[in-house]
Write a protein that binds this ligand. Structure first.
Ligand code: SF4
Ligand code: SF4
Length: 338
C-alpha cells in the first residue's frame, strides 16, 4: 500500500533549488539495479525531476499548476537545495526556468498540497553550504534556517499527513538515507516520533558518524594522526567531528566500501545545521590544548582523565602505527609452526 492508502503508487515530485545537485548524484547510486527500479519497488511514481526527466516546458508547467490547484494528487514533495529568498525576500535569485516564478513562490504553493514534504540534503533542510556566511542570497531551509526553526514554511507547518518536513540531512546524504526515507514515507511507516529535534530520520540520526570508524582503536588510546596520510584518529589534531555528528556513515559506508574518515578525511559534521560556517575544517580547535568539540555525552573532565589514562597505556603498535601511513608494527602473533 502506498502513502495514498490505496494500491496506486505514491506520486513524487522532486524539485531542485539552490544547491550543487550532489544529492541527486548520491541517490543515483541507490539500488542493485538503479534508483528508478528502487523507486518502483518502493511503490513510488516519479512525476518529474528537473535533471532526470525528459519533460520540459508546457507539460511541466501544466503538471505543477495542476498539483498546486489540487487537481493532481501529490503524495511526496522532495526539495533538494536551499531556497534563495533574496533579493529583499522576493526569491527571484532562483526562478524555476520557464515559469517566471521563484522557487520560493512555487514551494509555498506546492507544499500545502503534498502528503509529505521531504528536504533532501542539508541545504534544503537548514540552508547548508548555500547559506554559508556571508549568505548573499539569503538561503534558507524548508523548516529551519540553520539551527533556528522556521525556514520558508514556518515552524508550525505540517503536511497533509500531519508531519513536519522530514530532513534527510547530509552533504550529500547517503543514498540509503534518501531511499529508505522515501520508502518509509510511501509505505506510511514514518511518524513524527521517528524524527529527531532537527527533523532527521532517527534510523540514521540515532547513530554517530564515529561508530564503526576503522580508526576506533586509535581513538580509544588517543593515538592521533598528525598528517592526513597517517592511520591514527583524526579527532585530536585534524578536525574530526564524528563523535558529535549524527549519521551511520561508518556503518553502512558509501558504495559498499568507503567513508569520509576511512578515506582519511575528517568528518565535518555535514548532517548538522550550520556546519558550513566552520573554519579550518582540517584543524581541531583547542582551548588549553584540549579539543573544544568533545563527545556530546561525556563530561569534559572525564574525557581529559580518560585521555591521559589511555595515552599512558597505549601499546607501541598503536602509538607507532597512528603516525604512519601503513602498518609499521604488526600485531604480536603466537609462534606458528616452523
Ligand atoms: S577519526 Fe573520527 S570517526 Fe574515526 S575514530 Fe577518530 S574521532 Fe572517531
Ligand atoms: S562522516 Fe561526517 S562529514 Fe562524512 S558524511 Fe558522515 S556526518 Fe557527513
Amino acid at each position: 500500500m502506498s502513502s495514498t492508502g490505496s494500491t496506486r503508487p505514491a506520486t513524487m515530485l522532486w524539485l531542485q533549488a539552490g544547491g550543487c545537485g550532489g544529492c541527486t548524484m548520491a541517490v543515483l547510486e541507490q539500488g542493485a539495479h538503479g534508483w528508478f527500479e528502487d523507486l518502483a519497488e518502493s511503490g513510488i511514481e516519479l512525476l518529474w525531476h528537473p535533471s532526470l526527466s525528459l519533460d520540459t516546458g508546457a507539460p511541466v508547467r501544466e503538471l505543477l499548476t495542476a498539483i498546486e490547484a489540487g487537481e493532481r494528487p501529490l503524495d511526496i514533495l522532495v526539495l533538494e537545495g536551499a531556497i534563495l529568498r533574496g533579493p529583499n525576500g522576493t526569491g527571484r535569485f532562483n526562478r524555476l526556468s520557464g515559469t517566471d516564478r521563484s522557487m520560493l513562490d512555487w514551494i509555498k504553493g506546492l507544499a500545502p498540497q503534498a502528503g509529505v514534504v521531504v528536504a533532501v540534503g542539508s541545504c534544503a533542510a537548514y540552508g547548508g553550504v548555500s547559506a554559508g556566511l556571508p549568505d548573499p542570497t539569503d538561503a534558507c531551509g524548508l523548516q529551519f534556517k540553520q539551527a533556528e526553526a522556521g525556514g520558508v514554511l514556518g515552524a508550525g507547518f505540517r503536511s497533509r499527513a500531519g508531519l513536519p518536513v522530514i530532513n534527510v540531512a547530509g552533504c550529500a546524504p547517503h543514498p540509503g538515507w534518501i531511499a529508505e526515507t522515501l520508502a518509509a514515507v510511501a509505505g506510511q511507516m514514518i511518524s513524527a516520533d521517528d524524527l529527531d529535534g532537527f527533523g532527521r530520520p532517527r534510523f540514521y540520526a540515532d547513530h554517530l558518524a564515529h561508530h564503526g570508524c576503522s580508526r576506533n582503536e586509535f581513538y580509544e588510546f588517543k593515538a592521533s594522526a598528525e598528517s592526513p596520510a597517517d592511520r591514527g584518529c583524526l579527532m585530536e589534531h585534524l578536525g574530526c567531528k564524528a563523535t558529535q555528528a549524527v549519521g551511520d556513515c561508518n556503518q553502512r559506508v558509501w558504495n559498499g566500501a568507503g567513508s569520509c574518515t576511512h578515506a582519511g578525511y575528517a568528518c565535518v559534521a555535514c548532517t548538522a545545521p550550520g556546519f558550513e560556517n566552520a573554519r579550518d575544517y582540517l584543524v581541531t580547535p583547542k582551548l588549553a590544548g584540549i579539543p573544544v568539540g568533545l563527545p556530546l555525552d561525556m563530561p569534559k573532565a572525564w574525557f581529559v582523565a580518560l585521555a591521559a589514562l589511555s595515552k599512558s597505556a597505549t601499546p607501541k603498535r598503536v602509538a607507532v602505527n597512528a603516525r604512519s601511513d601503513r602498518v609499521v608494527v604488526p600485531p604480536r602473533r603466537t609462534a606458528g609452526p616452523k
